[in-house]
Design a protein around this ligand. Structure first.
Ligand SMILES: NC(=O)c1ccc[n+]([C@@H]2O[C@H](COP(=O)([O-])OP(=O)(O)OC[C@H]3O[C@@H](n4cnc5c(N)ncnc54)[C@H](OP(=O)(O)O)[C@@H]3O)[C@@H](O)[C@H]2O)c1
Length: 339
């Protein structure tokens, strides 16, 4: 089997760390693995298949001889280094928002628009969508194909790991401080996140929405290849460590029943339906954490409109929302003989 030289840029972060773990878990055909981060991390090691690999500083010459670059070092860093890596012949799959809405850069969720992947040839870069968008479109696609979605109203309940490793630490430290009657520290979020929820993810825009909310609007349309889908989003940060939850309401052109939704989603790649209210069974972040699938439950018809469905959708934001989707894109490139 052909093997590849792989570099992970942002390897010491929440997403990068998970990418290394998933490369090992899925036995990705790695010839050589290079781990890159900022100068702060030089000297640290990360274990891969029983070997401790030293973290190197991300530099302009880091990508010589690298076939696949898996990026999650933050938007500004990707903006600078992804084109440099691509110019040296490496295919970049980028987790940041830096290139997602550029028309000649594919934005890919393999279960939804794998055909778009061929567009990587334009600039040597493929974008991985925003975590909240990925889990939503995996579920929307089969329903859109069946009943054509006109409008989506979504409210998110997003885990702190979506803000990176510093946010996980901040939540843990605030919980400890509160139990020990000490002052809490706020560095990552503008307000206390422990025992609270913040209707504020990323920065506010002039239209009153946040960037996170507008990512869900624009990225959904690009991935689904349909600009007519209307999306209204409210993104909320909650004190959960792993796993984003979403309350999703859709309005469709054609009538679709709750049973039809269950049948359409059950067994689709990447989806598990957990929908048994009689036994208190529905998706929850504590069960989705560490798993690959997008979990769907609380499927019911919206009685306030003619053709509407409500659902509750949960997935591990670091896995399907980031690291796993990235590696699935790399696997797809190999499967299709594109690299
Ligand atoms: N967390 C999620 O659920 C999620 C989902 C989708 C997309 N993303 C995106 O993925 C990116 C990373 O997220 P994260 O959650 O993994 O963040 P994180 O935990 O804060 O990790 C950031 C990583 O980037 C590295 N880095 C920072 N500045 C750098 C520089 N100047 N040069 C080289 N490396 C640098 C850090 O290295 P050091 O350790 O050396 O500082 C670390 O490895 C962000 O753009 C984020 O929006 C995250």
């Amino acid at each position: 089997m052909k093997t590849y030289n792989v570099a992970v840029a942002g390897a010491t972060g929440a997403v990068g760390n998970e990418m290394v773990a998933i490369l090992e878990e899925r036995n990705f055909p790695v010839k050589n693995l290079k781990l890159l981060a900022s100068s702060r991390s030089v000297g640290k090691t990360i274990s891969f298949k029983g070997t401790d690999i030293k973290v190197e500083e991300l530099k302009e010459d880091s990508f010589k001889g690298v076939d696949i670059g898996l990026f999650s070092p933050g938007g500004a860093v990707s903006m600078k280094f992804a084109p440099i890596a691509a110019a040296s012949g490496c295919v970049v799959i980028d987790n940041t928002s830096a290139f997602r809405m550029e028309p000649d850069i594919p934005l890919v969720v393999p279960e939804v628009n794998e055909h778009a992947i061929a567009g990587y040839k334009n600039r040597g870069i493929i974008s991985n969508p925003n975590c909240s968008t990925i889990q939503m479109v995996v579920v929307l696609k089969p329903l859109h194909d069946f009943a054509k979605i006109k409008r989506v109203v979504v409210s998110t309940y997003q885990a702190v790991s979506g803000t990176g490793k510093k946010a996980i630490y901040e939540l843990e430290q605030q919980v400890l401080a509160i139990y020990n009657n000490k002052e809490i520290e706020k560095k990552v979020y503008p307000h206390q996140i422990a025992f609270n929820c913040l209707p504020h993810i990323d920065s506010f825009l002039e239209n009153g929405y946040t960037k996170e909310e507008m990512k869900m609007v624009n990225e959904t349309r690009k991935i689904m290849g349909d600009n007519s889908i209307k999306v209204s989003a409210t993104a909320v940060r909650i004190p959960v460590i792993y796993g984003h939850s979403e309350s999703i309401n859709i309005e469709t052109e054609k009538k679709i029943t709750a049973d039809e939704v269950r049948k359409l989603l059950q067994g689709k790649p990447g989806i598990t339906v957990v929908d048994n209210p009689a036994k208190n069974e529905y998706p929850m972040p504590i069960y989705a954490a560490g798993k690959d699938d997008v979990f769907v439950g609380r499927i019911r018809e919206d009685e306030s409109i003619e053709n509407g469905i409500n659902m509750w959708v949960v997935s591990d934001n670091i896995r399907k929302g980031a690291a796993l989707n990235t590696i699935q894109i790399a696997e797809l490139l190999i499967e299709k003989g594109l690299i």
